[in-house]
Design a protein around this ligand. Structure first.
Ligand SMILES: [Zn+2]
Length: 138
């Protein structure tokens, strides 16, 4: 199945983990990068799917989540970093990514996941000097 990527993004091998989401454009600090896309599922179903090896699920609110592995647009490849260049914000049920600072073409787009369906023991491999050691902020 061919992935339909959001404009200005590409998927490549990441130095952090597996494949990552990379910028192909200039995103100015504060600018919207893309919206998270995927299959809309109830959180109970999200928890059932959470034991898959590759987790591509994003919570919208206390009832709903999106599974980017079905119908995603590339934003589900955005890796975690303890020093990210982007952040995620939910606005009226839409999960949006914004640039924290100017992002150049070729940079990997990262966010701080903070709280995920991963176990708290899951180690972080972002590689920045300020890495806190785990994906979840515990
Ligand atoms: Zn880290």
């Amino acid at each position: 199945m061919k992935l339909k990527l959001a404009p200005g993004l590409s998927i490549r091998k990441s130095p952090i983990e597996g494949r990552g989401c990379f910028s192909e454009a200039h995103f100015k600090g504060g600018r919207k990068i893309a919206e998270y896309a995927g299959e809309k599922i109830k959180n109970a179903e999200a928890n059932r799917r959470a034991n898959r090896r590759k987790l591509r699920i994003c919570a919208i609110n206390e009832r709903w989540s999106l599974d980017g592995s079905r119908g995603g647009n590339g934003t589900h490849y955005i890796n975690h970093s303890c020093a990210p260049n982007a952040y995620m914000k939910t606005i009226y049920g839409h999960v949006l990514f914004f640039a924290l600072r100017d992002i150049q073409p070729g940079e990997e787009i990262t966010i701080d996941y903070e709280d995920t369906l991963h176990p708290d023991s899951k180690r972080c491999s972002c590689g920045v000097a300020s890495c806190r050691g785990t994906i979840n902020r515990v």
